[in-house]
Structure formats: structure tokens, C-alpha cells
Design a binder for this molecule. Structure first.
Ligand SMILES: [Fe+2]
Ligand SMILES: [Fe+2]
Length: 565
């Protein structure tokens, strides 16, 4: 790993506008700059700088402020670049969000400094694309924002050239589902029935009502601290980043964790996100999965990410599926949000109207399918080590692994099933995909099938579910898995039993975490891929009270794969 220092925040000596002193500016901006020597208006940095779309020669740095004052990105040894702030109207707040901020249940203090009855100001986006960089090189950078006392310092690293035989480490998370309500809210935490003589995939009834010992905010914060310690090259997120894709507070909370008051992980680690069902879900004026809600949720998604293009026939297909090449690794992200609305067996969300909402189908013969075929074939022909991420785990045992249908969970049908994504398995096998990174069931689970390794990595910061429909697990859809998947199945619920010393948990059980993926050259052509689920373990005293400290651990399930090229 090339990164040596974590990003830090320091206080700038002066907030005077420095126009005229800038060297090598990429652009000029005449709508925002106060005259030289003039003091810029007070400016709050709403999202710290974060990295997007790295290649071997370029990277984008994005940040948000609450005024239209241009900022300056300084890249050591490269030059300075002035931003052109752009008002982003899609990032506004509904009345219910304003009420929440000023209400009695804002335990996490989000936007606590906003005047009573007011909404936070609409933000301005700053995007600077830095080009002409050297491959696999780490650069220190600063963002100076006049009017703000926050001077942001971090570093970025360009990708190795495509096909370069470099070692890559990346992390995969899913289902953090951030929202301010996650503070002081602890999720259900059922334990395997194994210890009471039951099936390991069932749940001990004595733990049906048991809650996890730390709340979701604390757990996810600890998880990000561990993730930062691992210094990955990039951070893949397989969907359900936010609780409600059209609720601005939930996005604000996401950035508090990723590039804000709680961490600046995304300042030095590019995010490659996939849409989950929650990124299509709910808007304060638009219902849950109605076309206006889906569209407005996408407008927020589209405001934050800068990703490689797919050149889809609808501009709203951009950033929903895309390909990233990073040295020897190709990551293909698919959009599993919605399938064929005329056939529940081919649809992952029976509530979304894909045509009205302009969400692409994923089924055989669809535009997205054809795109995936050509990208997979090309990546394979180039000898890349291929990973695919999307939200809906196709071969899981959780609630969303029931067959697709509208009969309801008591009748063993789920209207947001991952099973329809099984159609991609033939492509993954044919084109030599090493691993599929998914979520949605909100558990940690693994199967191997025909040489493809499938992970549900949905334990980042929200649910810590078990198989079946928690908590009762009357039926666990294990028999829905192909035979080989049943034989290779592993889950944190069933295979990492809790070990207690009285009231004190010593080891085992389900905890917040991420999957770490290492790709290393082996021999003259091949690669070794090592996949390790890691988690933060909340330390307890002998009375069973959490101490506030977390141990950084890994599950006893390390998957090593030899990829022959
Ligand atoms: Fe989720
Ligand atoms: Fe989901």
C-alpha cells in the first residue's frame, strides 16, 4: 500500500480570498469570486472533498459548500485548480425533514446549527477533474475554501495502468442505510439455534427480541475506522447506501460518515457505488416507489457520483451500471433495481414501474444485459480479474432470497427477491468472473457455484439479520439454493457461533464489517485472490456492558482463489 498518512483537517490561517495568486487554474469563475483582498462570505463545507472516477491518469475531487464561492484544489507537484460551484437543486429538503432537524428526536444533532424552523441551504457542488497524472502514484492535495476555516488535506492515488500486474486491495460493503434515526437505534440480533441443539440456520427463540449492544451509528462509525486502517485502493458499495434515496437528511448522514465530521475515508478512497432498492425509494413529496419518488431519488444519486459512462439510450441509465478498470482488476457494477414488470419471476422489485421511472431492465436481451455481455467478454479477453457488484444477492438465504412474488412473506414469496438475478450466473461462469459482491439480505453469507464466489456483504451498518425472515425464521430458504451452493454455504449466523463468558461476549456472532479483497500477481501470468470478511467486535466488560472499544477481527472464512490467465 502506498498510502502513508491519513487525511487530516487543519484550520486555515486566513479566509481571505486569494484570487490572482492561483497558478495553473483549470478554469476561471466570474460568478463567485469576490475581488482580490475582499473577504469571502462565511461558507460552510457541507461535504468534505471525496474522490471519484480514478483512472491511471486522472481523478476527480468533489466537495459541497453552502455558498457559490469558488474553492481551490492544490495538488502537490501538479498545480492549482479553481472550482466552478454549481447550485444543486436536487439536494433540497422536504417539510418533514425540516421538522425532524428541529424536533426532539434529532439525537444525532444533524444540522443542529440551522436556525429554528429553517431548512439547511441548498448546496453548491465543486467538481475538479485532475488530468495528466502518472499511474499508480500517490499525490497529496488540499482544498482551500475561502470563507471557511476548514482547510482540507488528504491524498489520492491513481490507478495502475489497465492490465498492469499490480497488487490491489479493495473493500466491499453494503446496506449501511444511513439515516439520522440510526442514532440510538439498535437492530435485532438473533443468535443461531445451534447452541440450543437446533439447526444452525435457525434462530434461538430466546434471542428473538435481543438487540445489538451498540446502535447503528456507532457500529458503522467503528466499521469505517477499521476500513480506513486497511488502506484500500477503493471502496465498493453494493447498494442501500441510504435509508431513503430521496430524503436529503439520509444522504447528509451518509456523508457525515464518509466525508464529514465522523471520517474522511472518502477523501482518500474512491467509492464505486451500486444502486440498491433504497436508492430508488421514497421522496418527501412523492411516495415510496412511485415514478416521481424513483426519479427524484435518482436525481440525488446523480448529483453525488461521477462514474464511467455506459452510453445507454436514456441519460438516466448513466451511473446505474458501469465498468471500472483498475490495474489488473475489472469491477462491473450492475443495476438490479428493477426487471421485467410483466413477469414477477423476472423482477426484483414489484413496486417499481421501470418505464415510467426510467430504470433499466436487467433481463436477457435488455440493453443492460447486452452491455454486460460485451464488457465481460472484453475484460476476459484482456486477461483481467473480474468482479461484479450489484445489490440483490441471487443465492442467499435471507428474507429477500424467497422466490419472487406478491403472495407475501408468510406465503414464502418476496416482492423484492434477489432470485431473478440468477439469470446472470451463466454469464459469470462463461466469462470467468471471480466473485460477485451483493447485499440486500443484510447478513454476511457466502456460496460458491461453478467457480464463481458469491458474497452477501450486507453487514456494514444497518441490519445484522440471520437467514429466513427474522426473527422467527419459520422457514429458511436454504432449499432454494442449487446443490453446490448448499454444500459450500457459509454464514456468520450459522458458522461463527457466539462464545459467552457469563454476560460477556468473548468471540463469534454477527457484527458490523466489510469484505476485504486482495488481488496479487502469482507466477508469471496468474493471480491469487484472497477474500476476508472483517468485522468490528464491541468489547464488553464482565457485566456485559460495552466499553466503547472495538476489536478489529476477521471471520474464520478466508476464501483463496487461484485465477489463471
Ligand atoms: Fe438493505
Ligand atoms: Fe436492499
Amino acid at each position: 500500500m502506498k498510502k502513508t498518512a491519513l487525511a487530516s483537517l487543519i484550520v486555515a490561517a486566513s479566509s481571505l480570498w486569494l484570487a490572482g495568486c492561483l497558478d495553473g487554474s483549470s478554469s476561471s469563475n466570474d460568478n463567485a469570486a469576490p475581488a482580490p483582498g475582499e473577504t469571502a462570505p462565511d461558507t460552510r463545507v457541507r461535504v468534505l472533498p471525496y474522490l471519484q472516477n480514478p483512472t491511471d491518469t486522472a481523478i476527480s475531487v468533489i466537495w459541497f459548500t453552502d455558498t457559490d464561492v469558488a474553492g481551490e484544489l492544490v495538488v502537490d507537484g501538479v498545480g492549482s485548480f479553481t472550482s466552478e460551484p454549481e447550485l444543486v437543486e436536487a439536494l433540497g429538503y422536504g417539510d418533514s425533514e425540516v421538522e425532524y432537524i428541529h424536533g426532539e428526536r434529532n439525537f444525532g444533532g444533524i444540522h443542529a446549527d440551522v436556525a429554528a424552523g429553517q431548512a439547511p441551504a441548498l448546496p453548491y457542488r465543486h467538481v475538479v477533474r485532475v488530468e495528466g497524472l502518472s499511474a499508480a502514484t500517490t499525490y497529496e492535495y488540499q482544498v482551500r475554501q475561502p470563507g471557511s476555516e476548514t482547510l482540507m488535506e488528504a491524498q489520492f492515488t491513481t490507478a495502475p495502468a489497465v492490465g498492469e500486474r499490480a497488487s490491489i486491495r479493495f473493500l466491499a460493503m453494503s446496506d449501511m442505510e444511513t439515516e439520522p434515526e440510526s442514532t440510538e437505534k439498535n437492530v435485532a440480533w438473533g443468535a443461531s439455534a445451534l447452541m440450543i441443539g437446533g439447526d444452525k440456520l435457525e434462530t434461538d427463540p430466546a434471542t428473538y427480541d435481543r438487540l445489538y449492544p451498540v446502535d447503528q451509528t456507532t457500529g458503522y462509525r467503528a466499521n469505517i475506522q477499521y476500513a480506513m486502517e486497511r488502506q484500500p485502493d477503493f471502496w465498493a458499495i453494493a447498494g442501500d447506501l441510504v435509508e431513503k434515496g430521496g430524503r436529503q437528511l439520509d444522504w447528509d448522514e451518509f456523508w457525515r460518515h464518509a466525508a464529514g465530521e465522523w471520517s474522511d475515508f472518502a477523501s482518500s478512497t474512491p467509492i464505486f457505488p451500486a444502486l440498491g432498492n433504497h436508492e430508488n425509494y421514497w421522496h418527501p413529496e412523492g411516495g415510496s416507489y412511485t415514478p416521481p419518488a424513483v426519479m427524484r431519488s435518482y436525481d440525488k444519486w446523480n448529483s453525488y457520483w461521477e462514474l464511467p459512462r455506459n452510453y445507454g439510450t436514456d441519460e438516466r441509465y448513466e451511473k446505474r451500471y458501469y465498468r471500472v478498470d483498475y490495474g489488473p482488476v475489472t469491477l462491473i457494477t450492475l443495476d438490479s433495481s428493477n426487471g421485467d414488470d410483466s413477469d414477477p419471476l423476472k423482477d426484483t422489485n414489484l413496486a417499481i414501474d421501470g418505464v415510467q421511472s426510467r430504470v433499466p431492465d436487467f433481463n436477457r436481451g435488455s440493453e443492460q444485459w447486452n452491455w454486460a455481455v460485451s464488457e465481460l467478454a472484453d475484460a476476459q479477453a484482456k486477461g483481467q480479474v473480474i468482479f461484479v457488484q450489484f445489490h440483490h444477492m441471487p443465492f442467499g438465504t435471507g428474507v429477500h432470497s424467497l422466490p419472487s412474488g406478491s403472495a407475501g412473506i408468510p406465503n414464502n414469496e418476496d416482492n423484492q427477491s434477489g432470485q431473478p438475478m440468477r439469470i446472470y450466473h451463466e454469464l459469470f461462469e462463461r466469462y470467468g468472473v471471480t466473485a460477485v459482491l451483493a447485499g440486500h439480505d443484510e447478513l454476511l453469507e457466502y456460496v460458491q457455484l461453478d467457480g464463481v464466489h458469491y458474497w452477501d456483504v450486507g453487514f456494514a451498518g444497518d441490519g445484522l439479520r440471520g437467514p429466513g425472515y427474522a426473527p422467527t425464521t419459520d422457514y429458511v430458504p436454504f432449499d432454494q439454493l442449487p446443490t453446490e451452493a448448499q454444500e459450500t454455504h457459509w454464514s456468520a449466523h450459522g458458522d461463527a457461533p457466539e462464545i459467552w463468558n457469563g454476560n460477556q461476549l468473548i468471540d463469534g456472532g454477527k457484527h458490523y464489517g466489510f469484505l476485504e479483497v486482495e488481488v496479487r500477481p502469482a507466477g508469471s501470468h496468474d493471480y491469487e485472490v484472497i477474500m476476508t470478511p472483517r468485522y468490528v467486535f464491541p468489547l464488553m466488560d464482565e457485566q456485559g456492558e460495552v466499553t466503547g472499544e472495538f476489536a478489529h477481527r476477521q471471520y474464520n472464512k478466508v476464501v483463496r482463489v487461484q485465477v489463471q490467465r
